[in-house]
Write a new protein. Structure first.
Length: 212
């Protein structure tokens, strides 16, 4: 019983890291020049029997920063109108400030040391987030400076698929292609995928390791 209680915690499961699922929709592929248009994050929790679950959600439409490049091909791909007043967009600084506050609360509550980004093709989101942090000068970045969890890699291992929609369907998660490529929807599906993979590994006897 005591053994299970120790290992049924985010702190122990991920080496004191607090995993946060993130998706960013952008106006291009260059994090230094192209605008962030949407960002969503989902924090995670572990229940009393060690099952990983979704917890809190934040989602923001983001105003392009001054001088940002807007690539028309990217806009055509995801269909986001950066200048629509219906978006009720906020600045990068406002979005990051709210997100960081939520994450720091989770880090403290779970006795973790740093947060870690969980994303599909995570280096893309990591680079855009890093550029936005530098651009805004916002303090107290909760994320680890280089460690990330990439669900494309994890799902390639777990179910032999690396595309988000295909990985979700393969592992038994409904995926609506009509809702894809919005930060909110993709974050929800990525969080569900990550939890399924982690929980499946536990159910197969992979956690906790036999030598502890």
């Amino acid at each position: 019983m005591y053994h299970n209680k120790i290992y049924n915690s985010l702190r122990k499961r991920f080496r004191t890291f607090y995993p946060v699922v993130i998706d960013i929709e952008t106006a291009g592929f260059n994090p230094e020049t192209d605008a962030i248009l949407e960002i969503a994050v989902i924090t995670l929790k572990m229940n009393h029997i060690g099952i990983l679950e979704r917890e809190n959600l934040l989602h923001f439409h983001v105003k392009p920063f001054q001088g940002a490049r807007i690539d028309k091909n990217s806009i055509a791909f995801h269909g986001i109108d950066p200048f629509s007043p219906l978006r009720e967009a906020i600045s990068e600084h406002e979005a990051l400030y709210s997100i960081f506050n939520l994450i720091h609360q989770g880090i403290k509550l779970n006795n973790c040391t740093k947060s870690i980004i969980v994303a599909h093709n995570a280096i893309f989101d990591y680079n855009f987030l890093t550029a936005a942090i530098s651009r805004t000068g916002i303090q107290n970045n909760p994320f680890h400076s280089f460690v990330i969890f990439d669900t494309a890699t994890l799902s390639g291992l777990a179910v032999g698929q690396t595309v988000l929609a295909r990985a979700c369907k393969k592992i038994g998660i409904h995926f609506d292609n009509n809702q894809a490529h919005s930060a909110l929807y993709d974050t929800q599906r990525t969080a569900e995928l990550f939890c399924k993979i982690v929980n499946r590994w536990k159910s197969l006897g992979g956690w906790p390791p036999n030598d502890i």
